[in-house]
Design a protein around this ligand. Structure first.
Ligand code: SF4
Length: 419
């Protein structure tokens, strides 16, 4: 198993309409079905009184109700392999540079986001600790064990950053503070900086301030949807989920005030029904505020309410990746770019030679996220194969080689010039 595992892998070719993008009309989530009473709130897990024992590998089917944050966290397969907690290998990657942690509870996340493997409706058929999330399993590990390993030599750690992902749960804020404190008590945040991937629905300005006071370096908001309509349909009342676009923006603006320029941003998923123009307008808005965008390509997560829908066609994704990189790191503005009547990028606002250099450099097509120790535009968070199978890479978790760039150019329909 490991990061090379594929959790259903539909082709990311043309969408169902034959277009080279995913239009709003077809990206409709199915409705959640009713959860049987005996499965609600992790009830059957909590009916047990089995103490957790060390590392929990998903699908152990070992019902341990006390395996919860802040004592326990889940971590990505890639992080578990890099940490040496799990065996396995990652296709074309030596390790991950980001230690992604996820809070965990037997009753799981209380939201119902349509694209997410952790969503509440899944309690009907899968315990929280066994749910796949961004295409991989997430083993649960005692936080103290993780800190013990990394604290041995933070300066030479493979990790360039640690990130705490919050979920929607009444204990999420308090446990984030505890996990963060446990880390910064033993590990200098200058050696391995910490990011918070927040879930604003239950947060206040004071909570944001507290993460800063406890040593967090960057605060991001998991906005995920690029427009209010897509947000509402995929993670608001469209799927009986509690999130509101306005609350996410409120907390993002608090983070802007508290963390300052280049230290806040938003996660965005591309291909859930927004147009390319809409998502790039949002990227520009974030840059104008002083923040960054971190992008995922939509992938139909198995078991989610959107698992019947097409992955984002590679041509749409590559256009948005390239344009987003130019806006975020090359001072190109969305107003300089040209779009067709369907909102697709038609030109990137810079000369052909410069565009060609950016494509050949390959960085624009790497996974985006908070920076590591190499350079500002190279993310520590490489999330290997979190948004695609390795056979059809969306975000490159490594520096693309010549053969990769050749494929990217084909997907972009920008051949090498032959002067
Ligand atoms: S709040 Fe986050 S973890 Fe919870 S269902 Fe939504 S996307 Fe998934």
């Amino acid at each position: 198993m490991g990061c090379i595992e594929s959790k259903s892998a539909p082709a990311a070719g043309d969408s169902k309409t034959g277009e080279d993008f995913n239009p709003f009309e077809i990206m409709e989530p199915r409705l959640p079905s009713k959860t049987p009473v005996d499965r609600k709130y992790g009830k059957h897990v909590k009916a047990n009184d089995i103490p957790p024992e060390g590392v929990y590998l998903p699908n152990n089917n070992y019902l341990a109700p006390h395996m919860k944050s802040p004592e326990y966290v889940q971590l990505s397969n890639a992080a578990a392999i890099t940490l040496g907690i799990m065996g396995g290998r990652m296709y074309r990657c030596e390790c991950t540079r980001c230690l992604n942690l996820l809070l965990t509870y037997p009753e799981g996340c209380r939201a119902n986001c349509a694209y997410c493997g952790l969503a509440r409706h899944r309690e009907a058929d899968r315990d929280y600790a066994d749910r796949n999330f961004i295409r991989v399993d997430w083993p649960a590990v005692p936080m103290a064990d993780i800190v013990d390993i990394v604290a041995q030599d933070p300066d030479n750690s493979p990790f360039h950053r640690m990130c705490i992902s919050m979920i929607t749960h009444p204990r999420s804020e308090d446990d984030t503070f505890t996990v963060l404190e446990q880390w910064t008590d033993r590990i200098d945040p200058d050696a391995i900086p910490v990011s918070i991937l927040s879930n604003p629905t239950t947060m206040s300005r004071d909570d944001v301030q507290r993460t800063k006071d406890l040593g967090a370096d960057i605060f991001t908001v998991a906005l995920d949807a690029a427009t209010p309509e897509v947000f509402d349909r995929t993670r608001g009342k469209g799927v009986q989920s509690p999130h509101k676009w306005s609350k996410y923006w409120e907390i993002m603006l608090e983070a802007k005030d508290i963390f300052g320029p280049q230290k806040f941003g938003a996660h965005i998923i591309v291909g859930m029904g927004e147009t390319e123009y809409e998502v790039l307008k949002l990227v520009q808005e974030l840059v104008d505020l002083g923040g960054h965008s971190h992008m995922f390509c939509f992938f139909p997560e198995q078991g989610s309410l959107m698992d019947h829908l097409p992955a984002t066609p590679r041509d749409q994704w590559r256009r948005v990746q390239l344009a987003r990189y130019l806006i975020d790191y090359r001072d190109v503005r969305v107003e300089q770019m040209k779009f067709d009547e369907l909102g697709r990028v038609k030109s990137y606002g810079i000369g052909d030679a410069e565009l060609s250099d950016v494509i050949d450099a390959g960085i624009a097509f790497r996974t985006s996220g908070c920076p590591g120790k190499f350079q500002d535009d190279i993310s520590a968070c490489d999330r290997p194969y979190g948004d695609s199978p390795p056979s059809d890479i969306a975000s490159y978790p490594f520096q693309p080689k010549k053969k990769d760039v050749k494929l990217i150019r084909k997907q972009l329909d920008i051949p090498v010039s032959v002067e």
